[in-house]
Structure formats: structure tokens, C-alpha cells
Ligand binder design. Sequence first.
Ligand code: AHR
Length: 505
Amino acid sequence: MPTARLMFDPRLPIGAVNRRLFGSFVEHLGRSVYDGIYEPTHPTADADGFREDVRDLVRELGVSAIRYPGGNFVSGFRWEDSVGPREQRPERIDLAWHSTETNEVGLHEFQRWLESIDSELVLAVNLGTRGTLEALDLLEYANLPGGSARALERASNGRSAPFDVRMWCLGNEMDGPWQLGHRSADDYGKLAAQTARAMRMFDPSLELVVCGSSSRHMSTFGEWERVVLSHSYDDVDYISCHAYYEEKNGDAASFLASAVDMDAFIEQVVTTIDHVKAVKRSDHVVNISFDEWNVWYNERFEKIDKITGVDNWPVAPRLLEDAYSVLDAVVVGNLLISLLRRADRVTSASLAQLVNVIAPIMTEPGGIAWKQTTFFPFALTSALAVGEAVTTRVESDTYDTAVYGTVPTIDAITTHDAEAGTVSIFVVNRSQTDTTTLEFDLSSFSGVISGDAQTLADDDIYAVNTLAEPERVSMRANTSLALADGAGSIELPPVSWTVITLRTR
Ligand code: AHR
């Protein structure tokens, strides 16, 4: 059995783990909202029409902030349609997903739902088919305490206190040719900077996110970030990154190493941010909001799901409803390790998305809601990655991949909560054949008194949870964890994600 060695030292912190790293994303897309979080005829529906069983799962998932209402959807969205008396709200076609938006759920309903799960609203403005003025209108409607026509309108729509939205996304994926209102980096950079400055005239303390690349594999990647930031650097706080991964052509070995790509993406964006900072002689720090990331079988969507036809605009169609396997969940767990590894610069992130649409939670209309495999690494990382991410090194075997060359078999990150006296180790085994024994030194902790571990693994790496079998895959206690004489060890099965919790007092 191969052996790997893990070294970590709480005296070498990377950075505080920002709760916003465990954000998610709800887009008006497919059954994410309608027949997802919202289903007024469901037996568990509350007075607003939101499903209580879904709310319970979202709470358990531990999402800190939710980006809303898109995504590609936002680039054709008129926010005014989604407020006011429900019966007067217009139905609109949504060009991004070729669907009908009923506007039954809008800003007010969504914010009430967020308050009930104790999560923060992150709003995206439409900089695709709209501009600075409409963004300002929405900001005034959402955040002005009182006085203006917009604030009065909000009050007459049932909310006199402002929404006080802190974090705003300046458009969505403006580098993508598929985006309504897609622009060059130069044009978008100027528009984003102008909008950011205007929004800051309203409130200088807003946290603003400018669009970075929608993938590291866009032909404009790198130059897009440089040009956009050269226009907007001192006016924004974050630049976004988006990344989706999928197993292609049965190449599980490369897919398992997806985090190698995410690591490189983060490093290259940080380098570009800091280059612009140096050129501008700025003291301001821009960080990364990794505001869309996940496994997504996009090829399946392009070939099978895509809706067409000028007379065909369904409401809440089944779109992007990927069923996630154990393999997918291990990759998701590894992507979380990547985000934590740069907790110093990735200070916000959103798992895309939350319910039904490439989601950790699935629902059946009138029926049950269940956890996908990817629910587990997200929920446990959100719950246990507390305090500071600390420098972590792994010595392990390597293996060869077609896409990323030779990569380590074992990848890990450690967090340390000094206040609670706990250490969490998050670790993946990417080998498809070998169980690895992971050994670690605990001498920098005077008194580790106990620990436990949970592992996600299965003899069938393609096992999924479904409506028929919603609990086929779940976490299991890993009883191989051994702690003695300032050292520990654990067995990591092939294609697995594990979290080890150590208590030092
Ligand atoms: O999350 C699904 C889509 O992926 C989003 O609408 C878009 O921003 C990205 O391309």
C-alpha cells in the first residue's frame, strides 16, 4: 500500500477562511427557482410558496451567501418586472435559456427566503442589455433607506427597511460570445468602471465584483483580466473567476486532477491583478470572487437539453439536471481544497448552483428533495473549515494524466480554529486503484486528545443518488484513523474525499 506524508503548521497561516467562500448561486434557470426552492402547491410550502424540506437541506448545506438572479439570465433581465404586486408582474421570455420567466419569485420573495436560511444576498446587475442607469435604479430601490420615489416604491411593495445589499456583480461573463450584450475587454472595462464609480457615489462601502474570464480556456483569458482591471482597478474589490469541469471521453484520471487547473487559474489571475496593481502604483487590494464553480456536464446540455423554436418557451423546463457521481463529488471536494489553498486571495466563491440546476440538492414536484453526492464535501467543508487555512504540504506518489501531465495522487489542505482548538484536514485520493496510507506529524500541537474522520468513497465510482434511491451514497466514518505519540495515520481508499477533525483540548 503506498504511503503519503502530510505536513502542516498552524504557525504558517495562509489566511483567514472567509465565510463567503461557501456561497452558492441561484439563477432563474430551469427548475432552480420554480419547482426547486419554490413550489406553492408542495405539501411543505410556506406562506410565500417556498418548500420547507428544501430550506432544511439548504440550511444543512451551510451556504453563506447566494449570488442572484444570474448568470446568463441577468443579461436580459429587467429587475422592475420582479417587484410589485405578483398578479401585475409580466411574463417575459428569457433568451439565455430559451424559457419563460413568470416573475412570480422576485427580489422581495427571494430576500425573505434568504433571511429564513440566514444567508446573504449578492446581487448581479444587467450590464449586457442595460447599463449604468438601470444599475443605479436597482441600487437605489434596494439600498436607499427612504425618501426617493424608488425607496417609496420598495416600501409600498412591502419593505420599508432597505435590503442593504453589500456585494454587487457588475454583469455576468461579459467575455463570453454567448452572453447577451457581450463586449470587448476594453468596452466592458470602461462600462464596469463607470458603473462602479456611479454606484460608489451612492455608497463608497459597496463591495463590487468585475467580470473576469468565464473560463481559463477562453482565448481572451489573461488579457481580458489585464485590460478590464486597467480600467477599473481602484473602483472594484473583486474580479470573478468561473470554472466548470467534466469527465471527457472516459478520462477519469485527468478529471480527477481538475483542481490542478483551478490552482493554475487562481495563480494566473492573482499574478494579473498584482501586475495591474504595480503598474498603477496602487495600494488597493483586489481579490478573487470565484463566483461560479462546479462539475457540469456541459456537453450533455449542448447535445440533448438545449431548447429551440420561436413558439417554444417553456416555464421551468428540466435543464442542466446533472446527476452527480462519487467521482464528481471527489472532484468537488478537491476544488474546495484549491479554494482554501488560496484563502488569502480567494475571499468569496459560489458553488454553481444550488437546487436542481447543476446542484447539490434535487427535488421532485410534489415529492421528495434529496442530497446529491456533491452535497457532502460542500456541507462538511463549510461546517469544518473554520479559522485559518494553514500551509500544507503533501509528499505522495504521482500519476500521469493526458490533460495535466504528472500530478500528485494525494492533495490536501488544513484549517486551524485556534479559538475552538480544532484542526480539520481535507484530503483527496485521486488514485483509481490504490488505497494510500496518509501519515501526519502532530508534534506542533501539544495535546491532540481526539479525532474522527469521514470518507466519501464507493466500489462503484459512478454511483449516484436518485429519486428512486436517494440515499445510495453517503459519508461513512473512517475508522482507520489512528492517533498516537504526536503522529497520526489514516487509510484513504481509491477515488475518495476525506475530512479528519482533530481536537486539541
Ligand atoms: O451556471 C450556468 C451558467 O454558466 C451561468 O448562467 C453562466 O454564467 C455560466 O456560463
